[in-house]
Design a protein around this ligand. Structure first.
Ligand code: AOF
Ligand code: ZN
Length: 362
């Protein structure tokens, strides 16, 4: 890789990262226009997914003879706006450097083909692994029909999330809790199971970071037997609240939640519980590219048992609660090591007095 290409692509990747959690159903693409080693424009996909990064960059500078660095292959389809690939060529961009290919069937290789046919030089695969990591959620939605899933676990050293009497505030420190809010903001949605919604009365919003756009809140509840006098119901008109439920949720509950402003997503039931694959498929069909699951133990266990967790973010606090404490992951039915999903360590960072580990599924 040419040194300048690597450097400008790193800049484009950084711009793309700034939009994570804000551009769904679209990817958060970064774009930098450079001529004679000077940056003419930098842009990312707008909140909500449009305009695309390239169009914003083209609007900011005269790009004739410039090189465009884009983290994702420019789109080839004409929708409400013209295709980025043809607009780059029409505007006189001389060269386009691409991070990774777009898996969307409307583009998949055709963006590159349009550029080359128009006489634009194209280099692909620059910082490709980083570009695929940036667009992992979007690629997951397109290729697997479901959002990428991060599972948060926050527990004592022995993996407990509450004492036997249910006392759980606070196991981790304030810095770790602030870190959680920053992670929430970088995902399209925050998700919990019905048990957590009932026990904790969570707001599931991002607080203290001054963000303009809140992630969607998802609660997984087969029967929709959730308290309607809690924080979730009280805020359903201000911050999106989506409820994944089964066919056996009472019609009266469905109507009441819809009247409160929630969006209902019907899902399939399997072995007496909401099928986690069906929940993620419904969220993907609704446009989400990344979901941050914060428990509880039952939902975490069913997602892990179905091998749907792409990344684990585990905070461990320096206390020990013993076997009578509530475990952070419920029963998974694992009877052999080979049957358990195995993750590889991607990061270890002390946060305040706690320890953060990030683990990735291969
Ligand atoms: C780009 N640059 O910044 C983004 C792209 O519904 P539309 O018309 O906005 O198109 C969405 C598709 O465009 C999406 O599925 C993906 O293939 C691509 N996203 N492409 O050239 C961008 N966000
Ligand atoms: Zn585009």
């Amino acid at each position: 890789m040419n040194e300048a290409d690597g450097r400008f692509m790193a800049l484009a990747l950084g711009l793309g990262r700034q939009g994570l959690g804000r551009t769904w159903p679209n990817p958060s693409v970064g774009c930098v226009l450079v001529r004679d080693g000077r940056i003419l424009a930098r842009a990312r996909t707008a909140d909500g997914g449009r305009p695309h990064a390239e169009m914003r960059a083209l609007a900011a500078a005269d790009p004739r003879g410039a090189t465009a660095y884009v983290t994702l292959e420019p789109c080839a389809h004409v929708g409400e706006t013209p295709a980025c690939a043809s607009e780059l060529a029409r505007a006189g961009v001389a060269r386009v450097v691409i991070g990774c290919a777009d898996a969307d069937a409307r583009t998949a290789g055709q963006g590159v083909a349009i550029l080359r046919a128009a006489g634009v030089a194209v280099t692909t695969g620059v910082r490709e692994a980083e570009a695929r990591a940036l667009h992992a959620g979007f690629l997951s939605r397109v290729e697997r029909g479901r959002p990428a899933l991060t599972l948060k676990l926050a527990a004592s050293l022995d993996g407990r999330i509450a004492t036997a009497t249910g006392e759980s505030q606070w196991i981790t420190g304030t810095e770790a809790r602030r870190h959680v809010h920053a992670l929430r903001a970088r995902h399209d949605a925050v998700m919990v199971g019905a048990g957590t919604a009932r026990a904790d009365d969570p707001a599931l919003t991002v607080r203290g970071l001054g963000i303009a756009r809140q992630p969607v809140r998802v609660v997984v509840s087969r029967r929709l037997d959730l308290p309607r006098d809690g924080r979730l119901a009280a805020t359903a008109r201000d911050v999106p609240l989506w409820l994944c439920h089964g066919p056996d949720a009472a019609a009266a509950s469905r109507a009441a939640w819809e009247a409160a402003g929630a969006r209902l997503l019907p899902c399939a039931v399997d072995h007496g519980q909401l099928a986690p694959e069906s929940v993620l498929a419904a969220l993907g069909a609704a446009g989400l590219t990344s979901v941050f699951c914060e428990g509880g133990g039952g939902l975490a266990a069913s997602l892990l048992a179905a091998d749907l967790v792409d990344e684990l973010v585990a905070y461990s606090a320096g206390l020990v609660l013993g076997a009578e404490g509530l475990p952070m992951v419920g029963a998974m039915g694992v009877d052999a090591l080979a049957a358990a999903p195995r993750f590889h360590l991607a990061e270890t960072t002390p946060i305040g007095g706690d320890l953060l580990h990030r683990w990735r599924r291969d």
